[in-house]
Ligand binder design. Structure first.
Ligand SMILES: Cc1ncc(COP(=O)(O)O)c(C=O)c1O
Length: 394
């Protein structure tokens, strides 16, 4: 029997540098995963929430509606309103998804026809791009600097062709850690209105600032031309697979129909538990603990790097929150060769910059380190190994 694959399955692209097969290697240090340390995940809170919910609300085990559990949508709307991300947003404007990835997939199904142009910042988070790519989007990158995507570069592209949308990660971006300035956000909104495309604002790191809250969201600046993507993967746990979209009313019915035709709905038991978690008075304290933990880890990582690495070898940008350190190699060695050499010989895993580009070209001298989940000893040892690799001849 020949199990002939669909064109879509064949069209999918592989991750450029998958380290999944190494995850059980005990000699490896992982600077590659953007997820909080297991020790800081709110397991005790979740257990309480879960027990209480199943005792007092067993009806949550029934079929949920396609848009997701209403209590969950309300709890998210309240939080988005309170954080100022989406002032006044109503639960009827939200749809629950399987994390940010499920949100990206739903967007792809809703908006992308084969060969449609989708613009993204470059560098950016590649897995979301894969969701758009699998539905045959043409991807093009808008270069950025430390203040975010460059409006002039965006305008050059949209003048030639109106994209379906512009995908952005404004806060503590993956992979660069950059936070788009308010001026840039306003300039990009002005271009969206002038040229008639919408902005997809992917914001899983919003609450993870080291100090000050990030600037006004695109959604709060321009709800008429923004679709907002949220996720609890970074503030609760990636394993809960919980995310959402704030959608324009005009497309909500079709979004719910698509959801029904693909997954029926997402697990209401998880989402109701998330609603209860978000409404607990101690949830904010958990998020505070998490962001301060990330700040401490960032300071530790850069303290070790500053002591061991000469600026002529490598420099790094200063993130104001999140989980990522974007580093620039000055040794002349290609970052893919460097990352492969360090992984195979020195046993530290991290991603070279090219993995974060829409067409897998560019960023030849950048690498991304994460600092979210290693022990203090692993952070120190990882830097020692990276410094040793920088000091030896490639
Ligand atoms: C910017 C961004 N968007 C989306 C995701 C997807 O996460 P999830 O599907 O777990 O919500 C990630 C994960 O690292 C991310 O960094």
């Amino acid at each position: 029997m020949e199990f002939r694959l669909s064109q879509k399955a064949v069209h999918l692209r592989r991750c450029m540098m998958d380290a999944f097969h190494l995850r059980n290697a005990t000699d490896m240090i992982f600077f590659n995963a953007g997820q909080p340390a297991v020790s800081i995940l709110p397991a005790a809170m979740l257990r309480e929430v879960w027990d209480d919910m199943l005792t007092s609300e067993p009806q949550v085990l029934a079929y949920p509606s396609a848009r997701g559990d209403e209590e969950f949508l309300q709890a998210v709307a309240e939080r988005m309103d309170r954080l100022g991300v989406a002032p006044g947003v109503k639960s009827s404007q939200l749809i629950a998804t399987n994390g940010g990835t499920g949100a990206a997939d739903l967007l792809a199904q809703l908006f992308i026809d084969p060969n449609d142009l989708v613009l993204t910042e470059t560098p950016t988070f590649p897995e979301t791009l894969d969701c758009f790519y699998k539905d045959y989007a043409r991807l093009a990158g808008v270069p950025m600097d430390e203040d975010g995507p460059l409006p002039d570069e965006l305008e050059k592209l949209v003048k030639k062709e109106t994209p379906r949308f512009f995908y952005v990660i404004p806060n503590f971006q993956n992979p660069t850690g950059r936070c788009t300035s308010l001026e840039r956000r306003k300039a990009i909104v002005a271009l969206a209105r002038k040229y008639g495309f919408f902005i997809v604002e992917d914001d899983p790191y919003h609450e993870l600032s080291f100090d000050a809250a990030p600037p006004a969201s695109y959604y709060s600046l321009a709800p008429d031309c923004t679709i907002y993507m949220g996720s609890l993967s970074k503030t609760v746990a990636p394993g809960v697979r919980t995310g959402w979209l704030i959608l324009p009313e005009s497309v909500m019915e079709r979004a719910a129909m698509l959801q029904k035709a693909t997954v029926l709905s997402y697990p209401a038991v998880i989402h109701r538990a998330m609603a209860r978690l978000l409404r607990r008075p101690d949830f904010d304290a958990h998020v505070d603990e998490l962001r301060l933990d990330l700040k401490r880890r960032y300071e530790l990582l850069t303290k070790h790097l500053s002591a061991a690495v000469h600026p002529e070898q490598m420099t790094w940008e200063t993130p104001l929150g999140g989980m990522f350190l974007w580093c620039h190699l000055h040794t002349g060695e290609n970052a893919m060769d460097f990352a492969t050499r360090v992984r195979d010989k020195h046993r530290v895993a991290f991603f070279p910059g090219v993995c974060f580009t829409p067409d897998y070209t560019g960023e030849e001298h950048s690498v991304r380190f994460t600092f979210a989940r290693q022990t203090d000893e692993q952070l120190a040892e990882g830097v020692r190994r990276i410094a040793a690799a920088l000091n030896e001849k490639a």
